[in-house]
Design a protein around this ligand. Structure first.
Ligand code: ZN
Length: 404
């Protein structure tokens, strides 16, 4: 049972019913196009006349277009309806500790233009770097409405203040990114943790979500984050901080983490961990983070991956150790949450043939409920963190409305 929140509820009006039906029809067209009005009435159980009213409205708002005539055994030939992919553009910004990507996407999260730049050391400089680039992207499609800006962040966003509040790997102080970006661009801005954004992208693009109600997206990069969707709902916890499994202790009295705690999961299973294993740094060192050096002293995670692909023994060992610890943390998620699917996002999935079996093995050994949960890698080439920015902006049109 979901309790009705008596401090924050919306009573149902005739507008509520119209809004729900409109979203159902819009999503049916998106998932099953091309469809006729008769198909929609059949799929939804709505009256033909109700469907027609909704479709007229969606055509007027340019969400839906009418295509060719379909075939019918007799009578009038139905017009096929399509989602209008040219209705909106979305600006997506994926912030990682070293690189930021800014891109222009269409409704299907296909990127029509993108650019990467080093991530600024301060949030003020970040805004200054981004604004002209956003303006250039918007100018690329002057005839198409830019619906907003979605930002995927390596940290958590406090829902009340919209401040980025927990980003130990980025090293920025708590900062309101939303207001200055909105003021400078005139576009609505949606901020979200990268793992949450990836989880929403899985719902939106639906590669593994057929019949899935409970999904966890785990981003493995400089740190580790988790986005939790339980019973079709993104879980935020108090202050939007839910999902910080990367900062739960996996090694008692372990290495120091950037968050202040010791022995955090991400200190042992992130890209930075693999680099440290490769560099052979003293495992009892006070700081768990290897310098991800452009100074040549320590290779990058990309170097370690490439060497492991070439069967360099030390690189293979480093990736195996990382995979072991990934499995250890994932086993906790499997046992504790019993999700239908855990989606893994990160460069390490390039070596899934090696990493996948180790992860599965550790989960089998540690979680007796493992059978129900599928562990699936995403293809880094699809840019899952960047794709995650698109549903942030579109959820206000396509997401389920909150009722009562
Ligand atoms: Zn930590």
């Amino acid at each position: 049972m979901r309790k009705i929140d008596l401090t924050n509820f919306h009573v149902a009006t005739s507008e509520t019913a119209r809004d729900i039906n409109r979203r159902i029809v819009l999503n049916l067209i998106r998932s099953n196009e091309p469809l006729s009005r008769a198909d929609l009435a059949r799929h939804s159980g709505l009256q033909r006349s109700t469907v027609s009213v909704i479709i007229e409205q969606l055509i007027e708002q340019r969400w839906v277009t009418q295509g060719a005539n379909g075939r019918a055994p007799r009578g009038r030939r139905p017009r096929f309806l399509h989602l209008n992919k040219e209705r909106v553009r979305i600006i997506g910004i994926n912030v990682r500790t070293d690189t930021t990507t800014v891109a222009l996407a269409d409704l299907d999260a296909r990127f029509v233009a993108q650019e990467s730049l080093p991530t600024a050391k301060t949030p003020e400089q970040f805004i200054a770097d981004l604004v002209p680039r956003i303006q250039n992207l918007v100018k690329m499609s002057p005839d198409i409405t830019c619906e907003g800006i979605g930002v995927s962040l390596p940290g958590r966003v406090d829902l009340a203040s919209q401040r980025l509040v927990f980003a130990p790997n980025l090293g920025w102080r708590p900062f309101d990114l939303k207001t200055p970006l909105e003021e400078a661009t005139g576009l609505p801005v949606e901020l979200e943790n990268a793992a949450n954004a990836c989880a929403l992208a899985e719902l939106w693009l639906g590669q593994y979500t057929q019949g899935v109600r409970n999904l966890v997206a785990v981003t493995v990069s400089e740190g580790i984050g988790a986005g939790l969707i339980l019973n079709h709902q993104l879980i935020r916890g108090s202050n939007g901080l839910a999902g910080e499994f990367g900062h739960t202790t996996i090694v008692e009295d372990g290495l120091q983490c950037g968050c202040g705690n010791r022995g955090c999961w991400e200190v042992y299973a992130s890209n930075s961990a693999a680099v440290r294993y490769y560099a052979g740094q003293d495992l009892r060192a006070r700081n768990g983070r290897a310098k991800n050096g452009s100074d040549g002293s320590v290779p990058s995670f990309d170097d370690v991956l490439r060497l492991a692909e070439q069967n360099d023994p030390k690189a293979v060992e480093s990736i195996n150790t990382m995979a072991h610890y990934l499995g250890a943390g994932l086993a906790l998620l499997v046992t504790g949450l019993a999700p239908d699917v855990i989606v893994l996002i990160g460069e390490v999935t390039r070596l899934w043939n090696r990493v996948g079996p180790i992860i599965e093995q550790v989960i089998r050994e540690r979680s007796f409920t493992h059978a129900a949960t599928r562990i699936v890698p995403t293809d880094p080439a699809t840019q899952p963190r960047l794709r995650g920015t698109v549903p942030l902006v579109l959820q206000k049109h396509f997401g389920a409305p909150s009722v009562a």
